[in-house]
Write a protein that binds this ligand. Sequence first.
Ligand code: GBH
Length: 483
Amino acid sequence: MTADPTTAPHFPPGFLWGTATAAYQIEGAVREDGRTPSIWDTFSHTPGKVDGGDTGDIAVDHYHRRSQDVALMKELGLGAYRFSVAWPRVQPTGRGPAVQRGLDFYRRLVDELLDAGITPMATLYHWDLPQELEAAGGWPERETAHRFAEFAQLVGEALGDRVNLWATLNEPWCSAFLGYGSGVHAPGRTDPVAALRAAHHLNLAHGLGTQALRGVLPSRAEIAVSLNAAVVRPLTDSDADADARRRIDALATRVFSDPMLHGKYPADLLADTASVTDWSFVHAADLEVIRQPLDALGINYYTPSVVSAAAGGQAVREDGHNASEHSPWIGVDDVNFHRAPGDPTAMGWPVDPTGLYDLLMRFSREAPGLPLLVTENGAAYEDVPDADGVVHDPERIAYLHAHLDATRQAITDGADVRGYFLWSFMDNFEWAYGYAKRFGIVRVDYDTQTRTPKSSAHWYSRVARTNRLPEPETEATAAGPAG
Ligand code: GBH
C-alpha cells in the first residue's frame, strides 16, 4: 500500500523546508531592552483598529521563549526559518547607532538556529516602522527610504557573519496600500497620494537597502525581497474584464516588480493614476537604484482575486477581504471583486493552488535565471483542540499538500524554486484580525503560552525530512506524531 519511494516525486536536493514568522506578530516584550513603539503598537492601541482590541504587547512571548521555539523547530526537523528583525528594537528612533541589546536577541536566535542545523532567513522590514519615523512623515517621505538603508547596514554588520539569506521588505503592497490607502493596517492613513508616494519610497528603500547590505555582507550572501504578487483573474473573457484585471495587476504587483526587476514603472499604471498624481516624487536616478541584481525573488501567496468591470462605475466587493470605506486600489474605483471558486479558509479566502503555480511560472518567465522562494503560504482554520489540547487539522494539511504539489509542478515545468516557508510556525497576532485567526502549524494557548504541534506540524515534519510529499493514502499515518 505504501508508495514506492524510488518513484515518489522528490523536491530538488537542498530544497529549503522552512516556516515563517514576523517580529510584531510573535515577540511581545514591546518595552524591553530599549525597544520603542512602532506604528503597529500605536495602531493596535487605537480603539477600533484591531478585532477584539488585541495588541502585540505580549503576542506569543517569543522574545522570552526563543530557545524553546527553536528547539521545537529542531525536533520537527525543519530546515529553515524566516524571521523578521524589529526595527524599533535595533534603532529605537529610526536613526543613530544600534542598540546592542536589541541586536543581541537576533544574534542569539541565529546562533541557536545554526546550532540546530536550521538555515536562517532574515527579513528586515515586516511592517514595524519606528513610530518616530511615522511622526516625521513615514513612507510617503523620501527620507524614510534612506533611514531604512541605514538600518539595513546596521543589521547587516551585526548578522552578516552568520545569516546568508536576506529579504529587504515583506509585502510592500500592504505597507503602502493598506497602511496609507485603505487604512486597515498601520499607520491607518487614508490618503491616495500618500499611498503611491509610500509605494515608491518602499521601492527606493529596497534598492538603497540592497546596496547597503551588499556593502557590508560577504559575497556569499543572498538578497531577496518578498512580494505578495497578486493572482488576478477576470470574471469573464470580455475586454472590459480583461482591462479590470490589467489595472488591478498593475496596482498590486507590477508597481513593485517592474521597477525592482526591470527599472521602470508600468506606463499603464502611470496613466491609470494620472488624476491622482504626476509621480513627480520619482527622481530620475531612482529607477536604477531600485533595480538591483537580486539572488532570489520571494513570493507570498494565499488566494487569488476575481475581478470584473463595474457596470455603472460603482464597484462591489463581495470577496470577503477586509471591507473598508477607503479602497486600497488607488485611481480604480470601478472594479468589482468577486468571491473566487474554492472552499474558503477561516479568513474567507478560497483555496486555489493553481494561483501559486501561475505566479511561479509567471516570474520564472519574466525573470529568467532568478531563483524563486515561496516565502509565505499557509491557511487559517477554526482549529478545535481535543481534550489533550491537540489540534487535528486535516483541512490545513490538504491546503499545504495542494500548494506544495503546485510548487512541485512548477519546478517540473521549469521554475527554479529553491525553498518553501510555511506561514506560520505558530499561531500569532494576525494584524487587524488580532488573535482570532490561527495560521500556525503549532498551536499556542494564549493563556499559558503552551506550544502544541498540530497534526499539520507532524505532516510537514515528515515532508521536510523526506524531501517529498506523501502519497494521499499514506497521509493519515504521516499526520500522526513523528517517531
Ligand atoms: C501576509 O499578509 C503577511 O506577510 C503575514 O504577516 C500575515 O500574517 C499573513 O500573510 C496572513 O495574513 O484586497 O484590500 O482586501 C497577507 C496579507 C491579506 C494582503 C489579504 C492582501 C487583501 C487586501 N494579504 N489582502 S484587500
